[in-house]
Design a protein. Structure first.
Lengths: 345, 345
């Protein structure tokens, strides 16, 4: 790859400080775009949509046609991993994902990872198609959910309050450990297959990092994530990995230092100054604009965007939100945001 | 007051390190106690219950008869303050509190604080009765909600996702500032009246501190809390104030240093070592046992209780949970917890 073709996102992930940070947006392909809402009607279920390489590829391309983004991210869902493990997943319109809750079952068993990879082959085909479709200076990000976040859905059968999942961690510690081990192995295989298919780097979405005791944070988040990174490297994957432990609060330092991640995703609530001081010296940081500013727009969007740019200055920085963009966000506000980040206004 | 009568809680709040920390439990009077569930049936609505000095006093006494607790806390609700400001509050069984959402109204107006104090006079009568009923070595805690937490309920009309309240803070900043100012004044008057009626110390429950941007955390939490403390001191209130910014994560240091609180309540997620280092040297710390351990009991309860004792050793420490006790908790587990804290087992 010629030097000029190296995507800015990968340069920052290798530790470079760029004058203007690369920018992408969590859930940049999604419901705030009218063309996505139209596209979505072409598949019966959300999982069918994710497993259609043509539809997933088109969803990824939509925001790239509108905005000068520095990265594309695979269109998929963190719950394809339980699906690969043989746990049925379905989506209730307007409510969210559902599974049969593990906590209501006596013995837990999961399909073999090799069988899971087979089940997920349309995802890797989508990655190949996306990689072929995007310009060389746009980085392609693969992803999976963090083991604890995915385990929470599997344990409870849905999102929301995580108390039943946390209770299982106290009451069936051996079973929960085995569940996390199964998720680590399947997730590592899943990420490795994405990289083999063309992903340039990876993100682990640990969306539900909040509310754990310090001991649980270590056992349920840090340890499994560390094992996931070890396993990934054993599988020969050398690309950078962004870890995003949303809601981890004071624990982001331990997460950044101990899991083996390359870069740290910072949520909306966490001050940049804290992230800089908590993460190892020179670790690239990603974040952390409030997604609500893309709904309200105007001065709030401008002020907050410039504040984020200023607060992360001096670190290798990837501009992003501190949480996923919401369906209520305006595409015009996204365009404006990127203009500001690129220094065009 | 003879030296031996000074409640252990107040000694720790004045900075003393005791070999065995005093202990109380957030929501210690509540639904996990069968006698409370029976008592609750004697009032038609939850607010009627709070406004009955006889019932509120009896609710406070119930856990004191069962457990050797070091503090009593007024039985009331953080939403009596909007009620005092003239905003109707009601409770939907099994769902929670409801108000008419301010965000749906054009112009916001609130009753005069003096009229509010009149409305809340049964609360102060309850404080007087409780003070007369409890032994001299048990501290009586008064409380209110943090201005932003209460504002969130008033803006949205209910709890849950706080995005609509955060959106109002962007879109109607002047109105939200005026709302917070009204809450600061009413809350200060309310706390001062509790102290006049016999409360020995105070706690501010900022239960919804999470998810704000750093700028919002400063404007919506730190500044109003600081003003509340200033106003309290202007009203001649000299008692210690525990601030409990649940979910504030990396921001607890700024909260502890800048608001003027005496002691910091630490939530379940925050490591004691982080709280010690983030708060000013020698600030008393309260917390932070996982409430779920009182549901699951057994080794988890024992291990976690001893871990909390050990982690906070060396600081002036008040043993408590990191969040309120839940209705599913077992009174036997509470008894066991207190035995461990008191060194009886």
């Amino acid at each position: 790859m010629a030097g000029g073709d190296v995507p800015a996102l990968l340069r920052v992930l290798s530790g470079e400080r760029l004058e203007r940070p690369p920018v992408w947006i969590m859930r940049q392909a999604g419901r705030y775009l009218p063309e996505y809402r139209e596209l979505r009607t072409r598949a019966k279920s959300f999982l069918d949509f994710c497993y259609s390489p043509a539809l997933a590829t088109e969803a990824v391309m939509q925001p790239l046609r509108r905005f000068p983004l520095d990265a594309a991210i695979l269109f998929s869902d963190i719950l394809v991993v339980p699906d690969a493990l043989g746990r049925k997943v379905w989506f209730v319109e307007g409510e969210g994902p559902r599974l049969n809750p593990l906590i209501e079952e006596q013995a837990w068993s999961f399909d073999d990872p090799q069988r899971g990879l087979q089940r997920l082959s349309p995802v890797y085909e989508a990655v190949e198609r996306i990689k072929a479709a995007i310009p060389r200076d746009i980085a392609l990000i693969g992803f999976c959910g963090g083991p604890w976040t995915v385990a929470t859905y599997m344990l409870q059968g849905q999102g929301g309050e995580k108390e039943r999942a946390r209770r299982a961690a106290y009451e069936r510690p051996g079973d929960v450990e085995a569940l996390l081990a199964a998720l680590v192995e399947m997730s590592a295989q899943h990420l490795a297959a994405q990289v083999k298919a063309g992903a340039d780097c990876l993100q682990i979405f640990e969306s539900w990092s909040e509310g754990l005791t310090p001991d649980q944070f270590r056992r349920l988040i840090i340890e499994p994530t560390k094992q996931l990174l070890v396993r990934l490297r054993e599988l020969g994957v050398a690309v950078p990995v962004i870890g995003f432990p949303r809601g981890a609060g004071a624990q982001i330092g331990a997460y950044a230092r101990e899991t083996g991640i390359t870069a740290l995703g910072v949520d909306t609530q966490t001050p940049a100054a804290f992230a800089k001081q908590a993460a190892p010296e020179g670790m690239p940081l990603q974040g952390n604009l409030d997604p609500l500013t893309l709904v309200v727009g105007g001065a709030a969007l401008e002020d907050e965007t410039r504040r984020v740019l200023q607060d992360f200055a001096g670190s290798p920085h990837i501009f992003n939100l501190g949480h996923g963009i919401t369906p209520e966000a305006s595409p015009n506000n996204v365009a404006r945001l990127i203009q500001i980040v690129k220094g065009a206004v």
